[in-house]
Design a protein around this ligand. Structure first.
Ligand code: AR6
Length: 177
């Protein structure tokens, strides 16, 4: 079996990361928003939005489904690509954990297809979409651990604040043998 990717945790701003792929927790319209999505479009410049509009004008006329992933240029960011993936909105009534796991799985599958070695993820769905950080961290780490994605050798979770960092750290510590 292929070697699993190393999981790395950092505290910081994902737009300042040097990685082959930066993952954007987008929405299904693919046309930008607040949070990380807004920050990526601001830092990466108008080329990213232009690429998203082109996707809407071609294969993704109705937008991108929750849990799916699509790649564009990274514009002015140092990454080679931005992968956009709309996470699910947190719900107490419905278990949408499978969709959140799908965001990580599909983004990694696509990153591997693009030949990426390093992939940076934020904590998808834990901001505007309201997912509790401990559960989101568990899903994120377990999904990445589940399978290998050669040639991806490093999956980096970029956590914006200390609380998010600590939650990911405790899941990682519990799953590292
Ligand atoms: N770098 C890393 N993490 C960040 C940054 C940053 N620059 N900024 C915020 N975070 P969110 P979502 C953290 O809201 O919940 C947009 O409008 C933040 O503290 O960006 O998936 C989209 O268009 C939180 O822990 O994503 C969608 O409509 C995490 O990143 C919607 O928001 C994710 O926060 C998606 O909401």
């Amino acid at each position: 079996m292929s070697q699993q990717s190393a999981i790395v945790l950092v505290r910081g701003d994902i737009t300042e990361q040097h990685a082959d792929v930066i993952v954007n927790p987008a929405n299904t319209s693919l046309l930008g928003g607040g949070g990380v999505d807004g920050a990526i479009h601001r830092a990466g410049g108008p080329e990213i939005l232009a690429a998203c509009r082109a996707l809407r004008a071609s294969h993704y006329g109705k937008g991108l489904k929750t849990g799916q992933a699509v790649a564009t240029t990274a514009g002015r960011l140092t990454a080679d690509h931005v992968i956009h993936t709309p996470g699910p909105v947190w719900s107490r009534e419905h278990d949408r954990g499978g969709l959140l796991a799908s965001c990580y799985r599909e983004s990694l599958r696509l990153a591997a297809e693009l030949g990426a070695k390093t992939v940076a993820f934020p904590a998808i769905s834990t901001g505007i979409y309201g997912w509790p950080m401990d559960d989101a961290a568990r899903i994120a780490v377990h999904t990445v651990r589940e399978s290998a994605h050669p040639p991806v050798t490093e999956v980096r979770f970029v956590l914006f604040d200390e609380y998010a960092y600590e939650e990911f750290l405790s899941v990682l510590a519990a799953t590292t043998i």
